[in-house]
Design a protein around this ligand. Sequence first.
Ligand code: AMP
Length: 430
Amino acid sequence: MSTLKAVRGTRDLLPPETALWTRIEETARRVFARYNFGEIRTPVFEDTSLFARSVGEETDIVSKEMYTWEDRARAASEKAQSLTLRPENTAGVVRAYIEHKLGETGQLQKLFYIGPQFRRERPQKGRYRQFSQIGAEVIGPQSSGSESPLRDAEILEMLATLLDELGISGWTLHINSVGSSADRAHYNEVLRAALVDLAPKMCVDCQRRAVTNPLRVLDCKVPEDQPIIETLPKIVDSLDEESKQHLAAVTAALDAAGVPYTRNHRLVRGLDYYTRTTFEFTHGGLGAQNALLGGGRYDGLSEAIGGPKAPGIGFAMGEDRLVLTLQAQEAAQAEKIDAYIAPLGESLNPAALALARELRRAGLSVELGDGSFRLKKSFEAADKAARRIVILGEDELQSGILTVKDFATGTQTKVPRAELAEFLRKPGGE
Ligand code: AMP
């Protein structure tokens, strides 16, 4: 008899990895609470038409990736129904918002969820058929301020904070606007026209998309198609004045809060319901599946599934990908030495040697910089080799209080010399 295994694209999570999952979820819950989000738990399966009407018939998710089955009637009182394992959670949250008349409270609803999603994709690193998303939605009647660009900026600022608190370094926030549904329709036509001549030179998927859903051409990853895609018209030129102002207000608020971002004209996202702001956080360490999370505004979604007007914005982060990123970072950390000593000026070289001797005798692995290095050079060398850098200047020497920076967290701490060895012995990144 053949041995049974977990189904392709699904995985068992075992200790000690599960401890990391718990830590991520606890951090997310803590951050969500600080921003006044409450938890929502919707069913794992829904009526198939919910996804067809919200995510969109033409999307890859609905057209080929859903786990759908016909649920037969078991009694005369029951109807046969087509059901689907949820491929994403926004549609379920908005359905619940409508079903429970949450709009009638007049309040902005700030809801988060954590749970499994299902898509029949081709499995690879960072892409599974059952995966977990941590997501949140901000939705409400227009009078609750749900359409304000401040909501977009607040969500993005929260995500930057959450990734920092998780200890994920080196992320990039990409931001774009897909405009109103009229802007999108207009842009789709502009693209369709531009693709008439270009599509035959592109991959087969793009040839199909050029006809069925031209916007998706921008998602193409085939290297040969990239130069062609770069020449296509940009959506920003199809935006109406209000959408342009909305985007400008989002980026102005991000600038004020000091959240770094880059404008990405090709970011149109895979789901049909997005309007105006779309965004993605990527991480270089993830390889081909480099999106940590994605999201955007969906001002018409509630109406599209039969509800009242309820503008909203939300995101979903791939928890599996957070785990992969943190594991890679922690492995890189583990290979590093304990500390790098950076003397500030050549006159401090002797004192730096004395300090290195002290720490090495205490059993620590230490690299010694040189006082002739500029501080930037010391930091770069230290970041490659060590978990922490110890800065030794005149002040530090006189006061006996050293400045230590932890590269994983970015935190800087003042440590008395007598406690330094003990401090550096801690694993770091905490
Ligand atoms: P989406 O719902 O497609 O916007 O995806 C949001 C985030 O969920 C992505 O940025 C990924 O981090 C994650 N994600 C989407 N699909 C998968 C998958 N098949 N396996 C693992 N993570 C996924």
